[in-house]
Design a protein around this ligand. Structure first.
Ligand SMILES: CC(C)[C@H](C(=O)O)[C@@H](O)C(=O)O
Ligand code: SF4
Length: 467
């Protein structure tokens, strides 16, 4: 008798579990720690007060992304609160000798975009960051999750973390997506099915032909938004597509070492017969372009179908739906098709990669952004920006009337100058549509890059398959 079949999650967990602690917690070793300017100041302050050092600077990397203006890279940041966060990070990385990607570095970008790009994200690793969308890195078969500031301090000091083992959740995706339908639509459909609390306490493993057919950018989009279904992390077994993507990145193993690493990485898949705590099946071929109508990612519908009428809902859901419609300036039962918009935001750690910009540029090519619409393309990293410029995508966007920006979180959340004015309606490729997320009173409709591009051209939300 061999050992019982294990899930991919269990394999990575077992390989990193140091020792059991009280209350079912374990001490887990951490391979990579990504640090941003938002959740690290108190953590470094804690180290300083305790006279501690960073235990593994070589396993740590810091970058500023949330508070970074995207219109230019020279000169000081104007907003005092943003400037303070970025300068504090810069002082801390100097004092604690943590590797840092400066704002002026061509590799700067959103931490979840640059981690994989630099080869810092590798299969089988445990990766943490003081940011919920750390789940993105699970696309490479890494167990990657967001942590709070006190945990950031703990990992800085010890390179280990106290954790409860998560439950496992299989999302099996049968068949493949139809033309014009993207990984973003798939994950929005999954969140619509599970709900924002549907995967609470679980690590979601995505598997099946619909996942295998996705490129790495698509897999990252799916894992990125796992957190919006309440999951602790998202995971996809790494395959040849992942290995090819990783080969030759600055920090990936080279030559023979890469071959050896691949041999080990091939074992990073759930054994047949492995048991999951929960499982659902999704048919990818039935997914169509999705758009959110409310102020939660689960408030999502297929383009063309009506937004809910609170009167049709059960009493517990009624008040919330009515409040969401009111905030969003929508009428019960209306369609989102043809709804006028004011802004378009193409970017974020969900959809700010080169593949996303290619999909958007394909829709935009040779056309013009509608009058009265302001449209931003914000590459997820300096590398994405450079690549897009080299491929002529930047030119396509600029000629169409888009603004072409420097890398950062930008309008994904209102921590920097890229914000909606109250009441403005935005077609956004980001991952959260909470009240005020893109600026106080702003109204966010989440969608795919091609859908956002089509909205920019038409000045309205439209079905990209017909636009
Ligand atoms: C500011 C940061 C801590 C936050 C997160 O944890 O995800 C942000 O990135 C977000 O997307 O809301
Ligand atoms: S792009 Fe948005 S979701 Fe991603 S880390 Fe930045 S603020 Fe968070």
């Amino acid at each position: 008798m061999g050992s019982p079949p294990r899930t991919l999650f269990r394999k990575i967990w077992d390989a990193h579990a140091i020792m059991p602690l009280q209350d079912g917690d374990w001490l887990l070793s951490i391979d990579r720690h990504l640090v941003n300017e938002v959740t690290s100041p108190q953590a470094f302050e804690g180290l300083r007060n305790a006279g501690r050092r960073v235990r593994r600077p070589d396993a740590t990397i810091a970058v500023a992304d949330h508070n970074v203006p995207t219109d230019r890279r020279d000169g000081p940041i104007e907003d005092p609160a943003s400037r303070l966060q970025v300068e504090t990070l810069e002082q801390n990385v100097t004092e604690f000798q943590v590797p840092y990607v400066p704002l002026t570095d061509p590799a700067q970008g959103i931490v979840h975009v640059i981690g994989p790009e630099l080869g810092l994200t590798l299969p089988g690793m445990t990766i943490v960051c003081g940011d919920s969308h750390t789940s993105t890195h699970g696309a490479f078969g890494a167990l990657a999750f967001g942590i709070g500031t006190s945990e950031v301090e703990h990992v800085l000091a010890t390179q280990a973390l106290r954790q409860k083992p998560a439950k496992s959740f299989l999302v099996q995706v049968d068949n493949v997506l139809a033309p014009g339908v993207t990984a973003k639509d798939l994950v929005l459909a999954i969140i619509g099915t599970l709900g924002t609390a549907g995967a609470t306490g679980h690590v979601i493993e995505y598997a099946g032909p619909g996942i295998e057919a996705l490129d790495m950018a698509g897999r990252m989009t799916v894992c990125n938004m796992s957190i919006e279904a309440g999951a602790r992390a998202g995971l996809i077994a790494p395959d040849e597509v992942a290995f090819a993507w990783l080969e030759g990145r600055p920090m990936t193993p080279k030559g023979e070492d890469f071959e050896r690493a691949k041999d080990q990485w091939r074992a990073l898949r759930s054994d047949s017969g492995a048991q999951y705590d929960r499982a659902v099946r999704i048919d990818a071929s039935t997914v169509v372009p999705m758009v959110t109508w409310g102020t939660s990612p689960e408030a999502v519908i297929t383009i063309g179908s009506p937004v809910p009428d609170p009167a049709d809902l059960n009493p517990s859901a009624r008040a919330q739906a009515a409040a969401m419609l009111d905030y969003m300036g929508l009428k019960p039962g209306q369609s989102l098709d043809d709804l006028p918009i004011d802004m378009v935001f193409i970017g974020s750690c969900t959809n700010g990669r080169i593949e996303d910009l290619r999909m958007a540029a394909k829709v935009v090519k040779g056309r013009r952004v509608a009058q009265n619409v302001r449209a931003l393309v914000v590459p997820g990293s300096g590398a994405v920006k450079a690549q897009a410029e080299e491929e002529g995508l930047a030119q396509i966007f600029l000629q169409a009337g888009f603004e072409w920006r420097e890398a950062g979180c930008s309008m994904c959340l209102g921590m920097n100058p890229d914000r909606l004015a109250p009441g403005q309606r935005c077609a956004a490729t980001s991952n959260r549509n909470f009240e005020g997320r893109q600026g106080p009173g702003g109204r966010t409709h989440l969608m795919s890059p091609p859908m956002a591009a089509a909205a920019a051209i038409h000045g309205r939300i439209v079905d990209v398959r017909k636009a």
